[in-house]
Design a protein around this ligand. Structure first.
Ligand code: SF4
Length: 103
């Protein structure tokens, strides 16, 4: 069993594209507690050097990005060539994310 400090570190070092629910399951916390740690709403004094996700980052998906293209349900791609764009949440940590301005 992880200590609370180890649990917070495990949450904060999880890949940004990972679902909060999956992290919560892995570390044994509730989804809400995990989300609060990820977004810096709790345990802000632990590991301050690790950047927290902003609320805006949490709702990003590649589908909302202007570089995301879709030909069909199965054929999608990123105009910048990032293969990870197939994972919708990759946008959370993508420095090239640009919110699509038209539907
Ligand atoms: S630029 Fe980044 S956020 Fe935008 S579609 Fe490509 S991988 Fe996703």
């Amino acid at each position: 069993m992880l200590s609370s400090k180890e649990t917070v570190l495990a949450v904060l070092t999880s890949p940004v594209e990972m679902r909060t629910a999956d992290i919560a399951k892995e570390v044994g916390l509730s989804n809400e507690s995990t989300r609060k740690i990820r977004t810096g709403k709790s345990y802000v004094n632990l590991f301050p050097e690790i950047e927290r996700l902003t609320t805006e980052q949490m709702v990003r998906t590649c589908e909302k990005c202007s570089f995301f293209q879709r030909k069909s349900k199965r054929t999608t791609w990123c105009d910048l060539g990032y293969p990870e764009a197939v994972s919708r949440r990759f946008a959370r940590g993508c420095g090239a994310y640009t919110l699509r301005t038209q539907p």
